[in-house]
Design a protein. Sequence first.
Length: 433
Amino acid sequence: MRRERTGEERGPARDDGRRDFLRCAAGFAGTAASGGRAGGAAAVPAGRSAQAVAPAPNGTSDDGRRLPPDRVSFHGLHQAGIVTPQQLFAGFVAYDFVGQSRADLEKLFQRLTERFRVLGAGVKPADEKVAAERPTPDSLSVTLGVGAALFDDRFGLAGHKPRHLKAMPAFPDDRLDPARCHGDLSLQICAEHPDAVVHVLRDVARETEGLLRPRWRMDAFMNPSRPSGSPRNFLGFKDGIVNPDTDSAAEVDRLLWVTPRCGEPEWAVGGSYQALRLIRFHTDSWERLPVSRQEGIFGRRKASGAPLDGVHESDAPYYEKDPDGRKIPLDSHIRLANPRTRGTDDSRFLRRSYNYSKGFDEHGRMNLGLVFVGYQQNLERQFATVQRRLRHEPLSRFITPFGGGYFFVLPGVRDRNDWFGSRLMRDTRPRNG
């Protein structure tokens, strides 16, 4: 059986998206190859973040999970938390910026840089007796994004917005709650224990008082693989089986990072677009379906995660040998999301999703779901294209996207003299005369 590493989330690329892709794919190697880790360490391979090359201490866990390094490097061409091996716990928060001036925004970026640099070196509670003990890194990564609303007329940023950044639209199967959508800034906080996420949120609240107002928040976690392989979501299926190969410099250069040839503002090179989606699962109705029907909706075996024409979860489906959908239905999730054609290859993106559990709703039903997280070079060419393919898919009867947003993850902080958004603020600074 043929195997391959590729992205599940693919879709038909439009002609303009294809041109963007071809321009972008060639653009990063020359720029990124000169980048290195702070403090005179070895140079980072082209297109790779400093965080990506830090080895995990033990490689993989007993159930096959790729372990993140105990201390995730903060400095690099790209932010941590994207190609970093996925930690067990995560918190997602969107904020509105309530500062009054451009100077306030610059102060916020600098303050967040300082705090995340310190916290990444070791999570240390500030108001408990244990604060005197040695801090523990806990594989912490904090990833900062900015929303389209920040690029209005308040701070002179309007003409420098990333090309594809906008408020996340409502797709046909969505029921978006405005209170759970969008924001001026987003934080993705990931760690091996949930208390580390809480300590970061407390630190941000304390250190940015008067500058940020929380808009929405979702805490999430990874389920175990049970018994091995990819972890499962609360619909019982393995999730994240296939993704772009983050160990491949060529793969991440053409699918994740903004490059000099993408037509983006110069300050945005090294950044990445983030699609966040809060998705509730209707597990009561889902569990009434026979397993065979569930498998047809996904296009995969529930137990093994293999495609319906395969044996192992890593097996690639042979769509060309099943043109009528006799084995894998034509409207199955994996087939619609990932047609695996030459024309849709540039719509792949990196998924880094987590599960959530919010107790019971007002009707006594369990509130379970997914925080879907996707990273990519171009929101329109990648995430939005895939969403259009999935319009009214059978799975949509059992899931409801209700919140989230589009954000642009700022380029990484390159060294101790750099800070988040430094190039953005420098390039948009008013010039005298």
